[in-house]
Write a protein that binds this ligand. Structure first.
Ligand SMILES: [Ca+2]
Ligand SMILES: [Ca+2]
Length: 266
């Protein structure tokens, strides 16, 4: 051990003696950035719900004070997805700094590149990229809405929101109602003439492992119209960034609710 250290010390001294210290100092005074690590915060999922942390290391004695661009790319069917990030405060000497990317598409690998546009002068430019190829442990949330199940005036119309597969974290999706022949409103009192209670921004929450949830829309018993009427519920905005399933050309982000008229009228 000590023999090795002595040997290194000797080589270092010989290097300085031969080339002079000016050259060595100059080299260590130019930063060198590398992608030290790529981490998937919640595991690797096929699709675009991934959260990826990229650790960038500056292995020299001089810091970088300017913002450093970092780029993440992942292959897709069409080509590649690119997300641009930045280390806004640069990196101190010998330090590691991280940038987190959310909503990353994973199609078999991701590649992180620090300073892709080369705005930072470095002692070594050829080591700024790292690729991670990993086996996904599942798919990003895929949601669809079904129904609604028709109900008589006064009874709730229920829609089922289902998720393909299971996700290890809580998944949320937003929903809103839209008028059809049935008109929504804020209350069921007679003056409002509402057929159902409208929802502008509701939330459906799936706890980890849960794949089915219900949206229940209250309908009004004192609706004016005598006919069967319809309205719709649309789901949107899956978190963590998932997809609403579209199938066979039919958009599956909307369910149609049917309010059946009561047998006796007025
Ligand atoms: Ca470098
Ligand atoms: Ca550079």
């Amino acid at each position: 051990m000590s023999g090795t250290i002595r040997l290194i010390a000797f080589i270092t001294m010989a290097y300085f003696a031969f080339f002079g210290t000016a050259h060595a100092e100059k080299k260590s005074n130019i930063p060198d950035l590398t992608v030290a690590r790529i981490t998937f915060v919640r595991g690797v999922f096929t699709g675009e719900c991934n959260e990826v942390r990229v650790d960038v290391k500056n292995s020299r004695k001089i810091g970088v004070s300017q913002p450093i661009p970092v780029r993440l790319t992942s292959p897709t069917v069409e080509g590649s997805e690119t997300i641009n990030g930045v280390l806004p405060n640069g990196i101190g000497p010998g330090r590691t700094a991280s940038v987190t990317f959310t909503g990353v598409f994973y199609g078999g690998s991701v590649t992180a590149t620090v300073d892709p546009t080369n705005v930072v002068a470095e002692s070594k430019e050829g080591n700024n990229e790292r690729t991670l190829a990993d086996q996904p442990i599942g798919h990003c949330p895929l949601l669809r809405i079904e129904g609604g199940v028709s109900a008589s005036e006064g009874d709730p119309v229920r829609f089922t929101v289902s998720m393909e597969g299971k996700f290890p974290e809580t998944v949320t999706v937003l929903y809103s109602t839209s008028n059809g022949t049935a008109k929504g409103g804020g209350s069921c009192d007679k003056l409002s003439e509402s057929d159902f209670l409208s929802v502008e921004k509701g939330t459906v929450r799936f706890q980890p492992g849960v794949t089915n949830q219900t949206i229940s829309i209250k309908t009004c018993a004192d609706s004016i119209s005598d006919d069967n009427e319809t309205f719709s519920v649309r789901i949107y905005n899956v978190e963590p960034v998932g997809k609403i399933i579209k199938n066979l050309g039919k958009v599956r982000n909307t369910g149609i609710g049917k309010i059946t008229a009561p047998v006796t009228k007025k």
